[in-house]
Design a protein around this ligand. Structure first.
Ligand code: PEP
Ligand code: MG
Length: 755
């Protein structure tokens, strides 16, 4: 039984879509239990009916047609009782319901089990047999186990609205809604432009070349054309692209070079494969290697390599690359979009992005946020091939998309989009205004930089400095540690762009979910393991090299601050400060004229909350990393979608910890900042103000909106709201209370579409 179970689960999870998964499930169960019928009924909550969604054994034409009210029939009874019902002869049961279209007259034995997810009944799984008999215990256990597996699949399909769309008619002009993960905020309305993979590299066969040199020549011409594409695209985007992204386009060109991938493909050709086959072999090796890495950023690179491979293949096949016809308001849709796909849309025409794969931390989402394009990620159930030229609305706040919206809905969203534009235009005026409450309390607003953040955008939004520069990004996009001089140049550029404003550089924070391919850290429990300062203190060579590069970069500017991540003990701060003083002495010996930079500690671990004052005594500032602090306080992995609903920085425990950190820092007269995502959440900002944080550091795109919050509210009002929420016990209540307060203060446009 166990092997059968495992096989079924494997087959079901390998299904292309939800409909196919249900089909495989009913067919496999019927076979495994050697019974006459197996069916799945799912609850259509909008009308309180169970709908037959898949069957093997009942009338297949009744799928989507049979609807059983929740209070009726044996199916309804299983749902009510929330436990399996096993009846030898269903027709004698008082709750038996005659459904003629089912063609189930001959079926007597009935075993139904509820499909329950997170305490909610989603449907009922039923098996039926001709002979009256009671299904035995092992059969019942088998069905219950599969229902539990099915529950997760149904819940996912519900979350993406795939079920609602199945419940409805398949009319392709009907309005349909799909849900995904919010990737970049905003409302976009336009026409779908579907981007397909160019040529399918995976199906290219191996073939013996007639003339090896001719194949090499063909390859080199194709590589040169693809490199030229990258150069042109990189140049086209350079005014709007952040530095990190520009580096990426240069990296693509280098990858296509004969020193890199090009060389490997030529070696394969020389081994006796034609250019197309050699290209496929080399690309597959690289994609597999990257896709198996734990680091999410590097895994994302696998799709870049695949895209480059497809592009070269298209040139090899001499197929004219016919570019899609872009609409004036293009909603770009694809299975797995790449930076190049975005770059190819003519300027000013990109109204929204929808990607079937990926999450909000995917590279494409980060890029879309930097470009300010409303984006939805991970909409796994969209029928991509049907969306070309369809009218589509993208709601990047809620991760919701509407296809063929009815006129009233479109008008509503057009109205909201206009209001958004007005809001953004009115916020531009705030650029040179201080972030000051209506009763004169001043707070500093800074930006987080690293991947996807743009210096120009930050300064345009009126950033007062950089509160967090994630230095690991230049380390992640290389295949070795960047040299001291490479680091100095990168840091210098950032320090110069922001001077005289302060720039807070965090020392290398790898480990956890960020490991370098050339410095792999494999652990059972990486978030509780060798991470952040723990690694760099064990490798003073890496730490000192980085610290010296930062200090040299600050010559003549003196706007550098250095921040230490993941500190959980005062001894770590002491040791890091000792090393920083050594680095400073070394750099001074080299005759650099610089001031010793301010040094701060990140508060990201519960132990650091309780020792905030002791830490503050040793350094110049504290900065809360609320992403990790929330993860560690609530014991919720910040990257695990299954427990994502438990991750909430407004949890009362997190709020109390934050208060304690501010108190600890201020008792020692030190500046206290916060640089996690919480600092860009408008409802949280009210509380952070009231707690007395001296500065907030956030994504550049959130800055003007947070300034608006600060300037619309009084410190007195914020303090009152903080007192009120401290009396509440649940993060949901707290969020509702604060959202209501924002609405009342005329700031509702920050938490939903519109003004
Ligand atoms: C944090 O943990 O809140 C933080 C700012 O650091 P990161 O997100 O890079 O871990
Ligand atoms: Mg962190």
């Amino acid at each position: 039984m166990l092997t059968t179970l495992r096989r079924i689960i494997q087959d079901v999870t390998g299904a292309q879509d939800f409909r196919e998964a249900l089909g495989i499930m009913v067919q496999s169960i019927r076979q495994a239990l050697d019974t006459q019928a197996c069916s799945v009924f799912l609850l259509d909550r909008r009308c309180g009916e169970y709908v037959l969604m898949a069957t093997q054994g009942l009338n297949p034409l009744a799928v989507n047609k049979i609807r059983i009210p929740i209070t009726q029939g044996l199916v309804g009874l299983v749902g009510e009782r929330e436990e399996p019902i096993n009846i030898p002869d269903a027709s004698t049961h008082p709750r038996f319901l005659q459904v003629p279209e089912a063609h189930e007259e001959a079926l007597k034995a009935f075993l139904g089990t509820p499909i329950i997810y997170h305490r909610q009944v989603l449907g009922v799984l039923v098996v039926q047999q001709h002979e009256p008999r009671r299904y035995d215990e092992s059969e019942e256990a088998f069905l219950v186990t599969l229902a539990a597996q099915l529950a997760a699949i149904v819940a996912h399909a519900e979350a993406t609205n795939a079920i609602v769309n199945l419940f409805e008619s398949q009319d392709s002009s009907a309005e349909t809604t799909y849900s995904g993960i919010p990737g970049a905020p905003g409302v976009g309305i336009g026409r779908g432009v579907v981007v397909f993979q160019l040529s399918d590299l995976d199906v290219v066969p191996d073939r013996e070349p007639e003339d090896i040199q001719e194949e090499i020549d063909l390859l080199e011409t194709a590589l040169a054309s693809a490199r030229e594409d990258m150069r042109v695209l990189g140049e086209k985007l350079s005014p709007t692209l952040p530095e990190d992204e520009r580096v990426l386009f240069e990296a693509y060109q280098r990858i296509l070079d004969s020193e890199s991938l090009g060389g490997e493909i030529i070696a394969e050709i020389r081994q006796g494969n034609w250019a197309q086959g050699a290209l496929r072999t080399v690309i597959q090796v690289h994609v597999e290697r990257l896709a198996n890495l734990e680091n999410e950023y590097l895994r994302e690179r696998a799709s870049d390599i695949r895209d480059l491979g497809h592009r070269v293949l298209a040139y090899l096949q001499r197929s004219d690359r016919s570019l899609p016809q872009y609409d004036e308001k293009t909603i770009l849709i694809g299975e797995e979009l790449t930076a190049v796909d975005l770059a190819e849309v003519p300027e000013g025409c990109l109204a929204g992005v929808i990607s079937a794969k990926g999450s909000s931390s995917s590279h494409i989402a980060i890029l879309a946020r930097a470009m300010g394009v409303p984006t939805i990620m991970g909409v796994s159930e969209i029928p991509i091939q049907d969306l070309q030229d369809k009218e589509i609305i993208v709601d990047g706040y809620y991760g919701q998309m509407y296809v063929n919206p009815r006129q009233s809905l479109r008008e509503e969203f057009e109205h909201l989009a206009r209001e958004e534009q007005q809001l953004d235009a009115s916020l531009e005026k705030l650029r040179d205004q201080p972030a000051e409450t209506t009763d004169g309390h001043r707070i500093m607003l800074m930006v987080n930089t690293g991947l996807g953040a743009e210096v120009g955008l930050s300064l345009a939004a009126g950033a007062e400095g950089v509160g967090l520069y994630r230095t690991e990004i230049p380390f992640l996009i290389r295949d070795r540690f960047p040299s001291s001089e490479e680091q100095r140049r990168i840091y210098r550029q950032l320090l110069t762009s922001f001077a005289p404003r302060p720039v807070t550089m965090r020392t290398l924070d790898i480990g956890g979910d960020k490991s370098l391919p050339y410095f792999p850290v494999k652990e059972e429990n990486p978030f509780l393991g060798w991470r952040g300062i723990r690694i760099t203190l064990d490798h003073p060579d890496i730490f000192l090299l980085q610290a010296r590069a930062m200090m040299r970069a600050s010559e003549g500017l003196n706007n550098l601050r250095i921040m230490l991540p993941m500190v959980s003990d005062v001894s770590e701060a002491d040791e890091a400060i000792r090393l920083l003083k050594k680095a400073y002495a070394d750099v001074c010996d080299e005759k650099y004229k610089i001031d010793m930079p301010e040094v701060g500690v990140m508060i990201e671990v519960p132990s650091a909350v309780y020792q905030a004052r002791a830490l503050a005594k040793r350094v110049d500032f504290l900065s809360v990393g609320s992403n990790d602090l929330t993860q560690y306080l609530l014991a919720v992995d910040r990257n695990n979608a299954r427990v994502a609903h438990l991750f909430d920085s407004l949890h009362p425990a997190v709020l109390r910890a934050l208060i304690q950190v501010v108190e600890g820092g201020h008792q020692e007269g030190k500046h206290v900042s916060i640089c996690g995502e919480m600092a860009g959440d408008p409802v949280a900002v009210i509380l952070l103000l009231a707690m007395g944080f001296d500065s907030l550091s956030m994504n550049a795109s959130s800055l003007s909106r947070m300034k608006w919050v600060v300037r619309q509210i009084s410190m007195k009002k914020a303090a009152k709201l903080l007192q009120e929420v401290l009396g509440m016990e649940s993060p949901v209540m707290i969020r509702c209370h604060l959202e209501l307060a924002l609405e009342r203060a005329g700031l509702g446009g920050l938490v939903r579409a519109g003004k």
